[in-house]
Every structure is written in C-alpha cells, then in structure tokens.
Design a binder for this molecule. Structure first.
Ligand code: NAI
Ligand code: MG
Length: 482
C-alpha cells in the first residue's frame, strides 16, 4: 500500500483543497510509492499568503536577527546529516539513481544548509564615497516571497540549492517539487519544522507543472521565481514573469562538449568522460553528451568508452552493485529511446548499446541502457538535450576546429577539457562559451563555488555567494550631512 502524504502550507500538513491526489512512482518497478496531494491554484494562493504573512509580518526576513536565521539553517543541516541514510533511500526509490550517488547528494544538501547558514550573518553592504557633505549606504535586503520550481534529476539537492540561500537571505519560499519526485521535498519541510523554522517561511506545494507551478508565475504575491528545468519551460517562465517584472533565475539544460586532446591521460579521460555522460543515467543538465576527440586518440577513446559502458551494471538503485538506475519516468524513457532509435536514420553510427537488467522484478522499470554513437555536430543527436545515457562521439583535428565545434550549440552550460598541456587547457577554457569549465575532470559542482549557464542554458548564477545575490535587493540610503 502506498503511503498517503500531505503537503506543507503555513506550518500545517494539508491535503489539496480539491482533495485530489496523485501517485509518485518508483521508476525501477513502475509501482506506486506514495500518494501526494495534487496541488493547484487554490493551494498556491494559500501557500503564497502564508509566505507573504511570514515575510511582511516579521516572522522572517529583515525583522529576524541574522544569527537566528543562521542557527536554524545549521539545525536543518544537522538533521539532514542525521537522516542521511533514510533520505538517500527515499531519493533512490523516488527517482531511481544509485544509492552511492544519492548519499553524495544528501551529504551535499546538509553541507549546503551549513554553508548558507554561515552566510546568513555575513551579508554586508557598501559605503560608496559621495563627497564631503553626504553619506551613501548601500544595504542588502531580502527580495521577498520566492517561488522555487525544481526538477527530478537531483530532487533534494536542486531544492536545497534554492531553499538554503533563499532562507539565508531572509526570503520566504513556496517550493514546487517535480511531480515525478516530490518525496524528499516533503521530508525537507518536516526537517525544517523540526529545526524550528517558523510557520509560513517554507511551504511545499506538490503537484504538476501546469497546475501547481504555473500559478506561482502569475501570482502578484510572489516577488521572484527561481527555476531549474527544461529550456522550453524556462523560456515560458521568463515571458510570463515579464508581466509583473518578477525577478527570475533560470538554470536550464545543455549539450555540453567534453574535449579530449591527443596528449591527455587517456585512461582518466575515458573514465571521466564516460561518467560525465552516463553518470546519473545521463539525467544531468551539464552532462558531457558531446564527446569531441582528437583524431590521434579517437579509436582508443571510442574503445575505452565502449568497454566502460559495457561494464556498467543496470539495476535497482538500492542494490549497491548498481551503477546505472532506471530513468525517472516512462515519458523520459520513451523520449530518450526515440533519440536512440532515430540516430542511425540521421547518419549516426551506433557503436554500442547495453543490456536491460534481467531481474524479473524490474521488468516494468524504465531502464534505457547506455548508447554510444559516432556522430557529426549537425544532427539532432548532437544538438538537442537528450537527458539520458546517450553519447555522441565526434572527431576533431586541431584546437581551432574543436573550439568551433564546442561553441556550435545554442547552449552554454558546461565544458570539460582533457589534456596535460596547461597552456592548451587554459586557452581552450577561455575560448569556450560556457558557464562552467572543468579541466581534467567532469561534473564536480562544489557548493562554495559558482554554477550557471551562458546563452540558452540560463540566466543568473547559483551556488556560492552568487546564489545569495539572486535573493537580495540592494537599497541606497542617502544622508545629507550639510
Ligand atoms: P520540465 O521543465 O517540464 O519540469 C521541471 C519543473 O518545472 C517541474 O517541477 C515541473 O512540474 C515544472 N513545470 C512544468 N511545466 C510548468 C509550467 N507550465 N509552469 C510552471 N512550472 C512548470 O521538465 P520535464 O518535462 O520533466 O523534462 C523534459 C526535459 O527537460 C528533459 O528531457 C530534459 O531535457 C529537460 N530537463 C532539464 C533539467 C535540468 O536540470 N536542466 C531538469 C529536468 C528536465
Ligand atoms: Mg517518483
């Protein structure tokens, strides 16, 4: 029997006003995992009203001592750390990823609350000089009520990446988790409640995008939207929010180049590149899905990646042996499979395709085995975000050509560069139009640093102090001294 859960609005655990529910699915089996409220605009109204009251009434925000905000965030971090095993298992069951990856996610969630708890007491302004007869203070204030809409590939981590800096900045929030993976967001609310976060500061409305996400975009009580997800929805959000000039931060997708030069440490480059495109089932916005390989090492890399993919073990994410879980949903499986099926017709050469798990208990799971194509940069397989374990391997001859190929995309989230030549690495890093560039690595995203995309991969930056800025307004206070 699937457990019946409630959502968290104004400090109370509630059903949707309509009474409607939906099931969150375990993608390894296709079975229902839990029943959650199917929130809609009436529920969003209540959540925004609660967040508004908490912000305007001084429950949170500038009216609360910064050190009090810090302490609550530290307590949330502590509780997440104490519950890491059960949170990771819940994440695996809701979204499919391998348990080791989920544990790493949850550890980063705990650290994120700790890190931004530290920032809560360190948000300072400026005193620009304005002449002898005046003083000008630039102070930072929370932006207000924030609508946070997050995806399903790193459910709790993507939520924490927005919730922690927003709360540290003094904002109150309404979190809308993805309909595929609402469960750890609800646990985050329970933890926040246990940590003493006052009612209304953090609200969770579960439901579908059009029903529970869209009303946040048009609600006049919402000051800011921060969204992570598909480019199409990101564009729609930007357009919709323009009507009220809501602040908008967008973290969208990518088609990130992974560049392997001829002098690279090939063994490391192969493993890193394979994990960069197959890790988390390829459901990663920064996946290195275009593997650009110098002709001198092309055959070795292709063979190495094929061997790596052949060694991957598909299965339930709860099995510690599993290195690739199911995709998150039947829809995502079908979308990814359609790209694989269409590849040969577009001129791509399918070099490798793995095996589904043969455990009968997983017969209805949404598995798509890893696939490796030889491709050119002009076909859909190399241009569109697939968000699954599909690599497009493309040869190049020299640095000018690879920079041109790397930048020949509408996206600009990330790039990886593999070489032992530091000059070549840095020249290429500077030439690539992407927000994150890894040298001799792929995918690390340390909370203390910075994340975000060029071009159509997004607007604004997350992580580090950069995220805080997106939840703050600046105010100038001018004092006449004459
Ligand atoms: P999506 O962009 O539709 O969903 C992300 C979030 O936005 C979810 O919480 C969803 O409920 C919400 N949403 C959807 N429609 C909305 C609307 N009209 N108003 C407000 N909120 C709305 O992504 P989806 O459909 O789950 O995945 C489709 C493709 O998007 C994937 O194949 C992948 O290419 C890309 N994607 C990229 C992600 C990233 O991290 N950059 C994450 C998830 C998906
Ligand atoms: Mg699920």
């Amino acid at each position: 029997m699937a457990e019946n859960l409630k959502m968290y609005i104004g400090g109370a655990w509630v059903d949707a006003r309509s009474g409607d529910t939906f099931d969150s699915i375990d993608p390894a089996t296709g079975g229902a995992l839990a029943t959650v409220p199917r929130g809609a605009s009436l529920d969003v109204d209540l959540a925004v009203a609660a967040a508004r009251r908490a912000f305007d009434g001084g429950t949170w925000g500038s009216a609360v001592a910064e050190r009090e905000r810090a302490r609550i965030l530290f307590r949330i971090a502590q509780l997440v750390a104490e519950q890491r095993q059960s949170l990771a298992e819940l994440e695996v069951r809701d979204c499919g990823k391998p348990i080791g990856d989920a544990l790493a996610d949850i550890d980063e969630v705990a650290f994120m609350f700790e890190y931004y708890g530290g920032w809560a007491t360190k948000i300072t302004g400026d005193i620009p000089p304005v002449g002898p007869d005046a003083m000008s203070l630039v102070v930072k204030e929370p932006v207000g009520v924030c609508g946070l809409i997050v995806p399903w590939n790193y459910p709790m981590l993507m939520a924490a990446q927005k919730v922690a800096p927003a709360l540290a900045a003094g904002c109150t929030v309404v979190l809308k988790p993805a309909e595929q993976t609402p469960l750890t967001a609800l646990r985050m609310a329970a933890i926040a409640e246990q940590a003493g976060l006052p009612a209304g500061v953090f609200n969770v409305v579960t439901g579908f995008g059009v029903e529970a996400g869209a009303p946040l975009l048009t609600h006049p009580g919402v000051d800011k939207i921060s969204f992570t997800g598909s480019r199409a929805i990101g564009m729609m959000i930007q357009r919709t929010c323009a009507d009220q000039l809501k602040r908008v931060t967008l973290e969208l997708g990518g088609k990130s180049p992974n560049i392997i030069f001829g002098d690279a440490d090939i063994e490391r480059a192969v493993v890193g590149s394979a994990l960069g495109v197959f890790g988390n089932q390829g459901e990663v916005c920064s996946a290195g899905s275009r593997v650009l390989v110098h002709r001198s090492v092309y055959d070795d890399v292709l063979q190495g990646m094929t061997d790596f993919a052949a060694g991957m073990k598909l299965g339930s994410g709860l099995d510690p042996e599993t290195t690739m879980g199911p995709l998150v949903s039947a829809a995502q499986r079908d979308r990814v499979q359609a790209y694989i099926d269409a590849g040969p017709g577009e001129g791509a050469n399918l070099v490798f395709s793995g095996q589904r798990p043969n455990d009968p208990a997983l017969a209805n799971g949404y598995f798509v085995p890893p696939a490796i194509f030889e491709a050119t940069n002009d076909i859909r397989l190399a241009r569109e975000e697939i968000f699954g374990p599909v690599a497009a391997v493309i040869p190049f001859s020299d640095v000018d050509e690879v920079v041109r190929l790397a930048n020949d995309t509408e996206y600009g989230l990330a790039a990886a560069i593999w070489t032992r030549d530091i000059g070549l690495a840095l020249r290429t890093a500077k030439a690539v139009r992407a927000g994150v560039v890894w040298i001799n690595d792929s995918q690390p995203a340390p909370t203390e640093s910075m994340w975000g995309g060029y071009k159509q991969s997004g607007i604004g930056r997350e992580l580090g102090p950069y995220a805080l800025d997106t939840y703050l307004e600046s105010k100038q206070i001018y004092i006449n001294l004459s």
